[in-house]
Design a binder for this molecule. Sequence first.
Ligand SMILES: CCCCCCCCCCCCCC(=O)SCCNC(=O)CCNC(=O)[C@H](O)C(C)(C)COP(=O)(O)OP(=O)(O)OC[C@H]1O[C@@H](n2cnc3c(N)ncnc32)[C@H](O)[C@@H]1OP(=O)(O)O
Length: 165
Amino acid sequence: MNSILGNWAEKFRPHPDGTQLPPHHGHCLGCGPDNPHGHHLVVQRRGEEVHAVHRFSERHMGAPGIAHGGAVATVLDDLFGFLLYLTGTPAVTRQLEVRYDAPVILGTSYELAARVVRDDGRKLFVEAEMSEVGGTTVATASALFLKVDIAHFDRGAPPAPVDLD
Ligand SMILES: CCCCCCCCCCCCCC(=O)SCCNC(=O)CCNC(=O)[C@H](O)C(C)(C)COP(=O)(O)OP(=O)(O)OC[C@H]1O[C@@H](n2cnc3c(N)ncnc32)[C@H](O)[C@@H]1OP(=O)(O)O
């Protein structure tokens, strides 16, 4: 098994309401603390939802001062990945749709929330939104995740100790 996912059983243990959820792994683009290009997303369980407060930095710029749409999609997709700690099964994104309602401004804090709307066999239908703190929604997303066996991840090579710059 890919060593980066070797502790998945530990990570999928039940997580009490209100606790911070573990990153998918150290190098994950969305949440890995060891990825210098990543978003370092920090996510909590709140009931049957996952929540985060996030600020995009200059590393994720599209138009000047505004987050790149792909960066916004990355964070929303990764947030969906935290719902797997609640459902208890590995799964991967099969389809992702993002609606960009307003520019996401670099250096501004946004609140994110995601939930499972339907769990149907292998299919997990999920939705999320990103909003100004206490205010207007700037992006919404919906996705289909498909549950996979952990062996799915064996196809990925473990990260080599290369210079990521
Ligand atoms: C320690 C931590 C552990 C970490 C683990 C988690 C890490 C998470 C990290 C999170 C990071 C963030 C997340 C990431 O970045 S995840 C990374 C990005 N995603 C991927 O790399 C996935 C690549 N795709 C695949 O590997 C395959 O396509 C998979 C395995 C997903 C499915 O290939 P497979 O051949 O097995 O399945 P299928 O295609 O026949 O479809 C199966 C069923 O689904 C239905 N269907 C298909 N499309 C749609 C659609 N659009 N609307 C409605 N239904 C649809 C289809 O009709 C069929 O239905 P039925 O006929 O059975 O009824």
